[in-house]
Ligand binder design. Structure first.
Ligand code: NCD
Length: 340
């Protein structure tokens, strides 16, 4: 685990700033220039990520009764138009641990006025008048970003269609930092559904902030990273190549980021057929370097065999736990922590 937090952030009793405006805070609400939404990795920055990592570490180490005072009285709404286990429950657990409370719609497509045709901009206006922040997962790729300008409170994306999943990328980066102690210079092999996998889309953008990162993409051809994304990543300076041989890539990589085939988004049989070839079992584990790590945003549905779980290189359940602390850090930052 990485050690050493920077000076001045070693206490949660008032020494941290509350919701400072930071580099990279770009998505603002009309008429409320300081209102911060997190709907894309573009709303984040390297320096803000590092601040959140520090805060996540501190919250992890702070006794629960003290943590519970951070956001006492705060309310957050979770609106999930697509299924979720980890993301919704970790946001809810995060806010509850910080002393706040949650209201929400778990199956919002069926159980909210979306069923009656209400627009997302109206939903944000309405729900935003009840709570201090809105966490939303939505099936459309761009709708949340477009409608967030109508929200009077911060909107946090919990995943949008096949677009992005910024808070997953934040916890993935936090996991890499915890496992390696640094984020520069890592060799990362990203495997699976790179076309529809929103976690990968956000993670790759975060990796552009760090020096000397080398990325190898391994996927069925039909599910490769969209070419415009690949071009943007290269234009941002990321060293990223399409790998041909999964097993060869495993032999030299620091990190394997494995993903599920997004079967609910596939549009034809060619895509579904292509999915089978890249699972990780004991054979693949045997190819990895002793210091390598396997990450997966989960859920897994066959692409990592449970026989791998006990190996120290399997980091995906540690990754889940890191998600709780990273989401606590984000809510604490956006909602002002103790200074509310
Ligand atoms: C991911 C998602 O919803 O995009 N899950 C998650 O939030 N941890 C990955 C997936 O569903 O495959």
């Amino acid at each position: 685990m990485a050690s050493g937090l920077s000076a001045g952030t070693n206490s949660l009793n008032g020494s941290m700033e509350s919701s400072p405006k930071r580099e990279g805070q770009s998505t603002t609400n009309q008429g409320q220039p300081n209102l911060k939404h997190v709907v894309s990795v573009k709303d984040l920055s390297r320096s803000w990520l590092m601040t959140l990592i520090e805060k996540a570490e501190l919250l992890r180490q702070t006794p629960r009764p003290l943590v519970r005072e951070r956001l006492a009285g705060a309310m957050v709404a979770t609106l999930f138009y697509e299924p979720s286990t980890r993301t919704r429950m970790s946001f809810e657990a995060a806010l509850t641990r910080l002393g706040g409370s949650i209201i929400g719609a778990e199956n919002a497509l069926e159980n909210s006025s979306a069923k009656k045709g209400e627009t997302l901009s109206d939903v944000f206006r309405v729900v935003g008048s009840y709570v201090d922040a809105i966490v939303i997962r939505h099936h459309e790729t761009d709708a949340v970003a477009q409608a967030s300008i109508y929200s009077p409170v911060p909107v946090i994306s919990a995943g949008t269609g096949s677009g992005e999943h910024p808070t997953q990328a934040m916890l993935d980066m936090y996991t890499l930092w915890r496992e390696y102690g640094h984020l520069d210079g890592l060799k990362i092999t990203v495997v699976g559904d790179l076309k529809y996998g929103r976690t990968v889309h956000s993670l790759l953008q975060c990796l552009t902030w760090f020096e000397g990162v080398q990325v190898t993409l391994i996927s069925p051809k039909a599910l490769s990273l969209p070419s415009d994304m690949l071009e943007q990543l290269r234009a941002s300076g990321l060293d990223v190549k399409q790998g041909e041989n999964f097993h060869e890539a495993l032999k030299t990589t620091d990190v394997v980021y494995q993903t599920r085939i997004q079967t609910e988004r596939l549009v034809d049989d060619a895509e579904a057929q292509a999915a089978k070839d890249y699972s990780i079992g004991l054979t693949e584990l045997g190819l990895l370097l002793p210091h390598a790590r396997i990450l997966h945003p989960l859920p897994r549905v066959g692409e990592i065999d449970p026989s791998v779980d006990q190996d120290h290189r399997a980091a995906y359940f540690r990754q889940v736990e890191n998600g709780l602390y990273m989401r606590m850090a984000l809510l604490d930052e956006l909602l002002g922590g103790v200074a509310r």
